[in-house]
Design a protein around this ligand. Structure first.
Ligand SMILES: [Zn+2]
Ligand SMILES: [Zn+2]
Length: 349
């Protein structure tokens, strides 16, 4: 594959300010590679970064933008033996150090030197050596780049589910039917759990049913959990409640919807600096467990690829639209208007 001298990349410049720029395409140095992006998917985190003009962990403006993608290796630098030009791969948006205490425990998502890679909304993505060595995965044969691009969000979801202590078939509440909420309920339903989604949008509730949810309800207007508790199998509440709204109200509601001894997973990240109010009696007298989950680990990435390869989830329901790179802003705005869950950007289209 002949590398061009420059390429188009969507750059985030500030709040709701995005621009397609022509950037110089560097030749890969030792240990590096250049990926031709076949598909990059938009995600709720991108939308957050777009509206806020940055992200506390992942990026600071101005920066090339986008973090979920699948592509074809266009060129490799010296010293690379595992990869060849022409191979279809997923490059993840973070790379852990492999040396710190968390990495050694298999909790790479908590790595103290976790580095992030942004810039998938582009024709090409230059991939640094650390990402080639630790965060590049072959795409299984016959998997479309659209599906492969979902590896990262699905890995985050699998990581979140794995740290919960679900064993026997359980009654689970998912708050928020964005793409992440849908992946969560899809995975749990496929594993034999009964899942109820609460989301105000009819379109999302319909998708949830097709993804395998037992039922989908409108969340209450007030913060009272009683309407939601009526949809639980046990009047005492759900075994597990998962917030996928990323709002403090969602987190608090989740803590009110589980039965004594139940579990809460705070999946959606809330705005920086926000605080949670918790009923101490629920923690003490009712022994509910609350835990957060962040990002993904390499083990969850391999599982995500395997799950996508065996077509274990109806993920096409999440990818309702495809757009060329020039329309990246419109793609994000369609998410903002809540018309789409995820858009597949095809730079070459
Ligand atoms: Zn994402
Ligand atoms: Zn580390």
């Amino acid at each position: 594959m002949e590398l061009p001298d420059s390429y188009r990349a969507a750059c985030l410049l500030g709040p709701e300010e995005i621009e397609i720029q022509q950037l110089t395409l560097p030749r890969p140095q030792s240990g590096e590679l250049v990926l031709r992006v076949d598909v990059a998917t938009t995600c709720g985190t991108d939308l957050k970064a777009f509206t806020q003009g940055g992200h506390p962990r992942m990026l600071q403006v101005p920066t090339p933008f986008g973090h979920e993608c699948a592509g074809t290796i266009a060129a490799v630098g010296d010293g690379i033996e595992d990869w060849r030009a022409g191979e279809a791969v997923v490059v993840l948006n973070s790379a852990s150090c492999g040396r710190c205490r968390y990495c050694l425990q298999g909790r790479e998502n908590l790595c103290r030197e976790l580095r992030y890679l942004n810039g998938s909304f582009a024709d090409y993505l230059p991939v640094p050596a650390q990402f080639v060595a630790r965060s590049t995965y072959p795409i299984p044969p016959e998997m479309s780049p659209e599906h492969a691009s979902l590896t990262e969000p699905l890995a985050c979801v699998l990581h979140g589910i794995e740290i919960c202590s679900l064993s026997e078939p359980s009654d689970v509440l998912v708050l928020g039917g964005g793409a992440i909420g849908q992946l969560i309920l899809g995975v749990l339903s496929a594993s034999g759990h009964r899942v109820v989604l609460a989301d105000p949008l009819a379109m999302r509730r319909e998708i949830a049913i097709q993804m395998g949810a037992a039922s989908a309800i409108e969340p209450p207007e007030s913060a009272s959990p009683s309407a939601i508790l009526e949809s639980a199998e046990d009047s005492l509440g759900f075994n597990l409640a998962i917030d996928a709204t990323g709002s403090v109200a969602g987190w608090e509601l989740a803590t009110q919807c589980v039965q004594p001894g139940g579990e809460v997973l705070f999946f959606g990240g809330c705005p920086a600096g926000t605080r949670l109010s918790l009923d101490t009696a629920r923690i003490h007298y009712e022994e509910i467990t609350c835990r957060g989950s962040y990002h993904h680990r390499p083990a969850a990435v391999s599982e995500a690829l395997a799950l996508l390869a065996r077509r274990g989830l109806a993920v096409d329901l999440l990818l309702s639209r495809e757009m060329p790179l020039e329309q990246i802003e419109e793609a994000l705005r369609s998410m903002m208007r809540r018309e789409t869950l995820k858009v597949a950007i095809r730079p070459a289209a």
